[in-house]
Design a protein around this ligand. Structure first.
Ligand SMILES: NC(=O)c1ccc[n+]([C@@H]2O[C@H](COP(=O)([O-])OP(=O)(O)OC[C@H]3O[C@@H](n4cnc5c(N)ncnc54)[C@H](OP(=O)(O)O)[C@@H]3O)[C@@H](O)[C@H]2O)c1
Length: 350
């Protein structure tokens, strides 16, 4: 066990059960937050990559704090078996298309809301659906939950590409989204902000820049290219990656920081990672030669998460640990979600 961070981390992640246990393991700070927080929690859009482990962390932290609380996951549940899996971990589930006003109206009113529903991939060609999901739906959610506090995910994509000489975009930088997906995400922020100001809804907007675990994420994308002997595109030459267990913890802690107008906070990994160096390290760990395509542009999509670390503490898992875990997972043929991040896209078309 590596206890350097004060948190014992296993040298390898053996299987999905262990992975999901680690992703949903609450920190002391999260347990304390869930102990102080009053009332039930609803997670809208629980059915994707982040929701299941986030919901389970909320359940575990509430139980550890001895706070009776309903944790309710809402999605259309298009992934078979997920509803039963969440229920087996003590979560309530409600199948609901949030864009359907009648279904939305039937959801229970609870004091704490986490908002995850979004559309990214397939945006090009489905621009109208993207705007409905990312910018119109937040208005419906604010109407329904106007007496709640809301923590909503946004994305680092609302920033322009930033020079690699800077330490990533900060929250006070002017947004300048590239492409319709990113524009619709800024729309999401603007709508949440409008209703937060108008109805005094305490809100946090989390600009997440690449949550990562063994089955998906920017580092997995690079590892898969290295494994397959395919060239690694260097044009988007730098990136941030944060262990999803850490972004989950920060998201739950954010509930106590909800404010009107909203708190806007970047959640990202601490290091500006060079794609070239990451690929070379993965090649070494996987005993594979690495091929590259293109060369590094002078700017990249990078966020500075200094504010998040001051509010919530530093991530428990660093990027080098993540790279070692992912290499080991890939070497053993561990499953992935088959959902590449397309981090290399520079024109905003997903
Ligand atoms: N993962 C990252 O690294 C990352 C980075 C930046 C920002 N974010 C943001 O973080 C949030 C969560 O990320 P994620 O990766 O978990 O996203 P995701 O995989 O797309 O999950 C969102 C889930 O929301 C559900 N949903 C979508 N439309 C819905 C509707 N009309 N009614 C009910 N449920 C609906 C879908 O599940 P069902 O099909 O079951 O309904 C979908 O799987 C998103 O807002 C995303 O933009 C994530």
């Amino acid at each position: 066990m590596n206890c350097a961070t004060g948190e014992c981390l296993p040298p390898t992640i053996a299987n999905i059960d262990q992975l999901e246990d680690l992703l949903s393991r609450p920190t002391l700070a999260v347990i304390e937050t869930m102990g102080r927080l009053e009332g039930d929690l609803i997670i809208l859009g629980v059915g994707g990559k982040i929701g299941p482990s986030l919901a389970r962390m909320a359940r575990r932290a509430s139980d550890a704090a001895g706070t009776p609380r309903r944790v309710i996951g809402v999605s259309r549940f298009s992934t078979p078996g997920l509803q039963q899996q969440l229920q087996s971990h003590g979560l309530e589930t409600i199948g609901c298309d949030l864009l359907d006003r009648e279904q939305l109206a039937s959801l229970p009113e609870v004091p704490n809301v986490l908002y995850l529903a979004a559309m990214k991939f397939g945006t090009t060609g489905q621009e109208a659906s993207t705007w409905a999901r990312n910018a119109y739906l937040p208005g419906l959610i604010c109407e329904k939950f106007r007496r709640s506090r809301i923590v909503a995910y946004s994305t680092g994509n609302v920033y322009p590409l930033s020079s690699i000489d800077r330490d990533g975009s900060v929250e006070t930088d002017l947004p300048d989204p590239v492409g319709e997906y990113a524009m619709s995400c800024l729309g999401r922020e603007r709508i949440f902000t409008y209703f937060s100001q108008t109805w005094k809804i305490p809100t946090v907007l989390i600009r997440l820049n690449y949550a990562t675990e063994m089955r998906y994420g920017v580092l997995v994308d690079v590892a898969q290219k290295v494994m397959a002997g395919e060239p690694v595109d260097l044009t988007m030459g730098y990136l941030n990656a944060v262990w999803q267990g850490d972004s989950n913890a920060m998201t739950l802690q954010a509930l106590e920081h909800a404010a009107s107008p909203p708190l806007v906070v970047n959640v990202a990994g601490p290091q500006t990672l060079s794609v070239r160096r990451v690929a070379e390290e993965l090649g070494r760990l996987l005993h594979k030669p690495v091929r590259f395509a293109g060369c590094e542009a002078p700017d990249a999509l990078l966020s500075n998460a200094g504010l998040a670390y001051r509010l919530f503490g530093h991530p428990r898992v660093d990027e080098q640990q993540l790279i070692r875990w992912i290499a080991d997972w890939q070497r053993r043929g561990g499953t992935t979600l088959g959902k590449p991040t397309h981090f290399e896209v520079r024109n905003g078309q997903y």
